[in-house]
Design a protein. Structure first.
Ligand SMILES: Cc1cc2nc3c(=O)[nH]c(=O)nc-3n(C[C@H](O)[C@H](O)[C@H](O)COP(=O)(O)O)c2cc1C
Length: 214
């Protein structure tokens, strides 16, 4: 059992990365082999619309033809049994790096048939962990779930499975006194960090266990 995780935050040891580590710990507790990849360490762009993955009898049919750092990563995903994506919410959506990965990953396997189909060779469990500064009510008011649901729909279409976990009202800075951010109450943020974030970590751990099929 191989579980691979992708960190779509530029920060390697803060909210998103910590939750991904917990998901990986959960998978490891079931004997899975795991790997965490930080997307901001890689060089790649989003889909360039070359359509090589859609050419009739083409040598790249069903495969992304662009040869950059994602090529190796797609191989790893084809060998994995479960994939965990993690991203902060940036302007209401997953980060640019995460979205570029998803464009390239999903589009190569997505067929322009009616209904759309998947050329991905097997079923894989996927989990998506989002972290955001906003509390849940604001997420609902601003409609972030629309983007999350769309991503989930595409993951189900390609891989056959998707589950989502959100961590709200995250602590963005370790020391709020250094920044101009009067909108946030540092004491409330610290309280939530101490009381709610550990529960989110536990949920991520459990997601890691579920993704191994246990
Ligand atoms: C460029 C940028 C845009 C952001 N946009 C949003 C947003 O639209 N909604 C929100 O709730 N939080 C937003 N945030 C806050 C982050 O989503 C939040 O702090 C997240 O937990 C950071 O994850 P990390 O600690 O793993 O980097 C934004 C942060 C940055 C840096």
């Amino acid at each position: 059992m191989k579980v691979i995780a992708f960190n779509g935050s530029p920060r390697k040891n803060w909210n998103t990365a910590m939750l991904l580590e917990k998901a990986i710990e959960g998978a490891k507790s079931q004997g899975a082999e795991t790997e965490l990849i930080h997307l901001y360490d890689l060089n790649y762009k989003g889909c360039i619309s070359c359509f090589a993955c859609k050419i009739k009898d083409g040598k790249s049919y069903g495969k992304c033809a662009v040869k950059d750092d994602l090529a190796q990563l797609f191989k790893k995903i084809e060998e994995a049994d479960a994939v965990v994506f993690g991203s902060p919410i940036y302007l209401g959506n997953a980060t640019g790096e995460m979205r570029s990965l998803l464009e390239r990953l999903v589009f190569q396997y997505l067929t322009y048939t009616d209904p759309p189909g998947s050329l991905f060779p097997k079923q894989v469990k996927t989990g998506f962990i989002y972290t955001m500064g906003a509390p849940e009510e604001i997420m609902n008011q601003l409609g972030y779930n629309h983007c999350m649901n769309l991503i989930s729909t595409f993951l189900i279409r390609i891989f056959g499975h998707s589950e989502t976990l959100c961590s709200f009202d995250t602590m963005q800075f370790k020391d709020y006194s250094r920044y101009v951010a009067p909108r946030f109450d540092p004491l409330k943020k610290a309280k939530r960090r101490n009381e709610v974030f550990p529960l989110d970590c536990q949920k991520a751990f459990e997601m890691g266990i579920r993704l191994t099929g246990k």
